[in-house]
Design a protein around this ligand. Structure first.
Ligand SMILES: [Zn+2]
Ligand SMILES: [Zn+2]
Length: 75
C-alpha cells in the first residue's frame, strides 16, 4: 500500500475560483502543479521557484520603491 500523501495533495490556484473554492491545480510529472485556467505553476517545497504566469508577472511588476511606511495607492 503506497502512502496516500501524494494522491491527497491538492494545490489550488490562488488566482482562479471554481465555484466557491479555488480551482485545483494539476500535478505534472516534473513535480510542478499547473493551473488549467491561468497557467499558474507552483513547485511544492521550492519556495524560490518563480512562476511566470500572467497574474504572477503582474504582481512582480509592482514597484517596491514606495515601501517606506507610507503607502501610496498605485492601482
Ligand atoms: Zn489559475
Ligand atoms: Zn503564477
Amino acid at each position: 500500500m503506497p502512502t496516500l500523501t501524494d494522491t491527497t495533495l491538492i494545490i489550488r490556484c490562488p488566482y482562479c475560483m471554481a465555484g466557491i473554492d479555488f480551482s485545483p491545480m494539476i500535478a505534472h510529472k516534473d513535480g510542478r502543479f499547473v493551473c488549467r485556467d491561468c497557467a499558474h505553476t507552483v513547485r511544492p517545497g521550492v519556495p524560490e521557484y518563480r512562476c511566470t504566469c500572467r497574474p504572477c508577472l503582474r504582481l512582480s511588476r509592482k514597484p517596491l520603491l514606495n515601501d517606506h511606511g507610507s503607502r501610496l495607492l498605485t492601482q
